[in-house]
Design a protein around this ligand. Structure first.
Ligand SMILES: Nc1ncnc2c1ncn2[C@@H]1O[C@H](COP(=O)(O)OP(=O)(O)OP(=O)(O)O)[C@@H](O)[C@H]1O
Length: 289
């Protein structure tokens, strides 16, 4: 569908149209470790190893929104488990923040088709975010969503919550912070929850590029949830989408720009830094001069 003509330009809604009918589940599962071995499967394994995302005895709550990223993440975890890595347990959770009933059905149908045993629970997030944060519902919604997912994960006895953020989310966040917030801060592959004891957040798609996730979903013939938000649609021009466009432009003139932005967070040179924050405390280079 032409985004320009569907009345929702500027909301960032992107409709992923499948390339074909839904493929049989066995073919979809096989494609993860065959067709997408290099660009999806290996990157998933690499992130798990490199950042030590899974440890013996973990019980991981895999958070499924029904979008392309989290559907793929759920299948990746299942493949990992099937392939004999069974030092962890899985729970699949989806929070219904007040979706339209057709959206809820799409989520249920996709999970059923993909054989993801998801538990869906209700939370009034859309209504509350709209009421208490009318101008900036996205920020409030994201915070409440995170809290709700942590709470549900803990209730199920999990010690980790897995979210479907991918490589492009990581570099877009770095650029958003740099250009809009005036700081240098990336999205981390894992972090400890502040308000939930012994809970960690992990991002196993950290090294997977979005274009391969899109290709995988479209080839599988799946219609993922897009634009399920009932609050911000049409209300907010999303800066993240402006950053996406900016990066698209930069790619034409700068080789490896994506990877260079990613690497910048690995190669911070402390001899070239004026100030930094650690544990919410500010420091200046003069302290060590
Ligand atoms: N309603 C929800 N229920 C469960 N998990 C969710 C929900 N909304 C978001 N998440 C989790 O948070 C992650 C990031 O959410 P965000 O809305 O930024 O998703 P996204 O980039 O559109 O990814 P996806 O394609 O998985 O929806 C999702 O990948 C998913 O793991």
């Amino acid at each position: 569908m032409d985004e320009k003509n569907n009345g929702i330009k500027g909301t960032g809604c992107e409709i992923l149209v499948p390339f074909n009918d839904r493929k049989p589940l066995k073919d979809i599962e096989r494609s993860i470790i065959k067709t997408y071995r290099k660009n999806i499967w290996s990157k998933f394994i690499k992130a798990i190893k490199e950042y030590n995302l899974i440890e013996d005895g973990d019980k991981i709550a895999v958070a499924i929104s029904g979008g392309k990223d989290s559907l793929l993440m759920a299948k990746l975890f299942q493949e990992l488990y099937k392939n004999g890595n069974q030092n962890f347990e899985l729970e699949f959770i989806a929070m219904d923040p007040g979706y339209h009933k057709d959206i809820r059905s799409l989520l249920e149908d996709n999970c059923k088709y993909l054989d993801i045993p998801v538990s869906i629970y209700d939370a009034d997030i859309f209504q509350v975010a709209d009421k208490i944060a009318n101008d900036y519902p996205c920020y409030m919604c994201a915070r409440m969503r995170r809290g709700s997912l942590y709470g549900k994960a803990q209730e199920l006895g999990c010690n980790k919550l897995a979210l479907g953020h991918h490589f492009n989310d990581v570099i877009e966040t770095t650029m958003l912070n740099l250009l809009c917030a005036g700081n240098f801060k990336t999205m981390m592959p894992k972090l400890k929850a502040q308000n939930f004891e012994n809970m960690e957040l992990i991002r196993p798609l950290y090294l997977v590029e979005e274009k391969y996730i899109q290709r995988f979903i479209q080839n599988a013939g799946i219609w993922p949830l897009n634009c399920a938000c009932m609050v911000a649609a049409k209300k907010i021009g999303n800066k993240r989408y402006e950053i996406k466009d900016l990066l698209e432009g930069l790619r034409k003139d700068f080789a490896n720009v994506d990877m260079n932005i990613f690497r910048a967070a690995e190669n911070v040179n402390m001899d070239g830094i004026l100030g930094w924050q650690k544990n919410e405390e500010k420091h200046l280079f003069l302290e060590e001069y």
